[in-house]
Design a protein around this ligand. Structure first.
Ligand SMILES: [Fe+2]
Length: 201
């Protein structure tokens, strides 16, 4: 039993996530179960393909590890060099689970409050947390707006699971009114695409 835990690989993780989305439709239940499996995956790092371990020149690396053929979830590895933070953003209405494989990540959380129009929204700051190595966090709308910032001088590696392929998200820019933000949509792509070879050993 213990040996199986140590040898828990990306292929085991994806098998377990597929089982989760096939056995429950409840978002909070899916998030809870995915977080449990992600914490098992993060006990080791050897499953992460070395060709995915680089950031972009101007932005963090956003590497696809797996996309469910029925678009019920996707798995990404994000690689962050110091200073490569995100803007304040949401996740296109889907849930998420995030874990830190190496390094430390600071997360500034915001809660969606009122929408005044498609472009103007009220967000309330709800606190900052630091995720240490092997720690995980959850995202469930409307509590899914945040800024991610790597801490320290080292490259930070994080794994993210979303409840669908995340093709776009909203960016929030602060106005001169307290808690009022202007939004615009931003498409997102991958630094490297899903590469199944080598993931299943
Ligand atoms: Fe995010």
């Amino acid at each position: 039993m213990e040996l199986n835990k140590i040898n828990y690989k990306l292929s085991d993780f994806i098998r377990d996530l597929t089982n989760v989305v096939e056995t429950t439709n409840d978002d909070s239940e899916q998030v809870s179960q995915v977080e449990h499996h992600l914490s098992k995956l993060m006990r080791t790092k050897s499953w992460l393909p070395t060709e995915k371990l680089y950031a972009g020149n101007n932005s963090y690396g956003r590497h696809s590890l797996y996309r469910d053929p029925k678009d019920r979830f996707e798995v990404l590895a994000l690689i962050w060099e110091p200073g490569q933070s995100t803007p304040l953003h949401d996740h296109d209405g889907t849930w998420g689970v995030e874990g830190v494989v190496s390094g430390r990540m600071r997360i500034l959380n915001y809660l969606q409050s009122d929408s005044y129009s498609n472009q103007t929204i009220k967000l309330c700051y709800s606190g900052t947390m630091t995720l240490n190595e092997q720690s995980t966090g959850e995202l469930l709308p409307p509590a899914d707006c945040h800024i991610l910032k790597p801490e320290g001088d080292e490259t930070v590696v994080t794994v993210h699971v979303y409840g669908k392929q995340l093709k776009k998200f909203r960016i929030f820019e602060h106005t001169d009114q307290e808690d009022i933000f202007i939004t615009h949509e931003k498409p997102v792509g991958y630094t490297t695409e899903t590469c199944l070879e080598g993931l299943w050993n």
